[in-house]
Design a protein around this ligand. Structure first.
Ligand SMILES: [Zn+2]
Length: 115
């Protein structure tokens, strides 16, 4: 999960495709120069069974000056000795942090002194 987030941050499209289950993998993935991924929060990651696991996460990002959070409960399956991302239930929420609020990136600084 964390490695896939890192791949999104770095536009590592080959890695994303290589960890995406063949039944749900997009045919093409394009680099995304607009989205700036800022933080990943793992909400819950219960111990997986032998062949299925779930990770509930929130990923904070900026598009221009607009902050948003993508929240998803991702489903992974284990096949041929490897874990594959299958799907999730992505929900987008707009964030409206004030200039004096903590930065959503998790730095601990005020937004006006951070991202
Ligand atoms: Zn920040």
């Amino acid at each position: 999960m964390r490695s896939r987030y890192t791949a999104f941050v770095g536009d590592a499209l080959d890695y994303l495709k290589a960890t995406w289950h063949v039944t749900t993998r997009p045919l093409t993935l394009a680099p995304d120069p607009v989205t700036q991924w800022k933080a990943l929060e793992i909400v819950d990651a219960p111990a997986p069974t032998d062949d299925e696991g779930h990770v509930h996460f929130r990923a904070y990002f900026k598009e221009g000056e607009r902050w948003q959070v993508l929240e998803e409960n991702s489903r992974f399956v284990c096949e041929a000795g490897r874990w594959w991302y299958v799907d999730g239930d992505p929900r987008l929420h707009r964030l409206k942090p004030g200039r004096n609020d903590p930065c959503p990136c998790g730095s601990g600084r005020k937004l006006k002194r951070c991202c």
